[in-house]
Write a protein that binds this ligand. Structure first.
Ligand code: FES
Length: 141
């Protein structure tokens, strides 16, 4: 009887974990062959990644990932949402304060989460601009 309960418990946990992953990836689809991509490690040791796809010089798709806390997750998702439809220059105006406002504020000890999201977003734009400039100089764009 105890073995059956244990197996049932493990099965329920497995189903919950799989459902969480399915919802996470469904809500946060991966951008195939991004035009700009960045991975930044924050002062707290958390990592954020942002991938951006541009169409007509504006962000058409974006995806994000972090191994950080819920605040980090909210901030990096908000950063990508705020970037959608914007040009590279407009995205550089998105800072930690705007991201904090977008997520409804953060506790003082998590302000850096918004800063890291802004830094990662800017690094992805930087990567896009450098790649784009390089292609333009080579006459491929
Ligand atoms: Fe590290 Fe939020 S706690 S980025």
């Amino acid at each position: 009887m105890n073995l059956i309960s244990l197996l049932l418990g493990i099965g329920v946990l497995l189903v919950i974990a799989l459902a969480w992953f399915a919802v996470y990836y469904w809500l946060n689809p991966h951008v195939a062959s991004p035009d700009g991509k960045a991975r930044v490690v924050g002062i707290c040791g958390d990592v954020m990644e942002i991938s951006l796809k541009f169409k007509d010089d504006r962000v058409s798709e974006g995806s994000s990932w972090t191994n950080g806390c819920a605040h980090s997750f909210n901030c990096v998702c908000a950063a990508v949402d705020m970037a959608k439809g914007k040009s590279a220059e407009e995205i550089l105006d998105i800072d930690g304060t705007l991201i904090q406002n977008a997520v409804g504020g953060l506790p003082r000890d998590h302000w850096h989460c918004a800063g890291l999201a802004a830094e990662t977003l800017h690094a992805a734009v930087d990567n896009y601009m450098q790649t784009n400039l390089g292609l333009a100089r080579q006459g491929k764009k």
